[in-house]
Design a protein around this ligand. Structure first.
Ligand code: NAP
Ligand code: MN
Length: 270
């Protein structure tokens, strides 16, 4: 079995990376950065986002596992002192097809950005994307399934996956969504409500096979952030988003239910 490692670059993560390579060699695991079966992220959830985007073109053939070197992560759920156990489990899996680990597949967001020149670019997000005004408030029209839904004015819009619902979306008062529910959630970032601009105020969860469009409704410079990646868009016409046909695969060498992770991360007890 081939593996690759991405780490946060701090001292502990670098040390663990060395240790991982050493232990992996003993288990006949092959270090292969170009086309790994398993990508190991060592750091935090942010490191997993980087790993995901590094291997975004290989989602069908690659699975991810995360070791956290800080606080408990949502994507990084193995502790630093469990590295021996993890490598051993990966080694078992390498040696016997019957010891295949459980895998879980999480939904992703598919977004298509169209500019005024009709150029379209497709992106995939693991946590969320946000759209914000750079020089002032964002002015946008939101359609759901090709029907006008609302006129938005405010700081911005956040569209998250279920596994991203515990990240930025949570700070916006959005709901925590179990990753077995293929859906996307639209949350408002400080909407302004008056007679002209009226938004729902609650966040919305859309199922698979629904889509919505965000139409830019003034000349505006916008900041489009996809997970940890920022870009400026000067001439946005619209963004179409829906649940992606692709999923991301995580290897689960042991169960760690989503609600347990929510409890441990936010309520602080195990
Ligand atoms: P960061 O500033 O380190 O991330 C902010 C926090 O979000 C970190 O504590 C990060 O954990 C955590 N996080 C990331 N994904 C998560 C998830 N799925 N569930 C729960 N917590 C999660 O920047 P970053 O590490 O590059 O991460 C980018 C993410 O930050 C974005 O995707 C967005 O969700 C989040 N963010 C949140 C806010 C906000 O809440 N106001 C604002 C901007 C961005 P680690 O420390 O383990 O990396
Ligand atoms: Mn981070």
């Amino acid at each position: 079995m081939k593996y690759a490692i991405l780490n946060r670059g701090d001292e502990l993560s670098l040390e663990l990376t060395e240790r991982f390579h050493y232990l992996a060699a003993e288990q006949q695991l092959i270090h292969h950065d170009e086309s790994p079966d398993i990508v190991v992220s060592i750091g935090g959830d942010g490191t997993m986002l980087q790993a995901f985007h590094r291997y975004i073109d290989q989602l069908n053939s690659t699975a991810f596992v995360g070791i956290h070197t800080g606080h408990l992560g949502f994507y990084a759920d193995w502790k630093a002192d469990e590295i021996e156990l993890l490598v051993q489990l990966m080694g078992n899996h390498n040696q016997a097809e019957t010891l295949q680990p459980r895998i879980v597949k999480y939904p992703l967001i598919d977004l298509i950005v169209t500019t005024h020149h009709q150029e379209t670019t497709r992106y995939t997000a693991l946590n969320e994307f946000t759209l914000k005004g750079i020089d002032g408030t964002l002015v946008a029209q939101i359609d759901i399934n090709d029907q006008l839904f609302e006129m938005f004015r405010g700081d911005g819009i956040c569209v998250s996956t279920p596994s991203g619902s515990t990240a930025y979306n949570k700070s916006l008062g959005g709901a925590m969504v179990h990753p077995s529910i293929a859906s996307i959630q639209l949350a408002e970032i400080a909407s302004i409500n008056n007679r002209v601009f009226r938004t729902l105020g609650s966040s919305l969860v859309l199922p698979k096979h629904h889509h919505f469009d965000i139409f830019s409704r003034k000349e505006q410079r916008l900041l489009l952030t996809i997970d940890h990646l920022n870009s400026t868009v000067d001439n946005l016409s619209s963004i179409r988003c829906q649940v992606s046909d692709q999923t991301v695969t995580f290897v689960r060498y042991r169960p760690f239910p989503f609600w347990n992770r929510v409890r441990e991360a936010f309520l602080g007890y195990e």
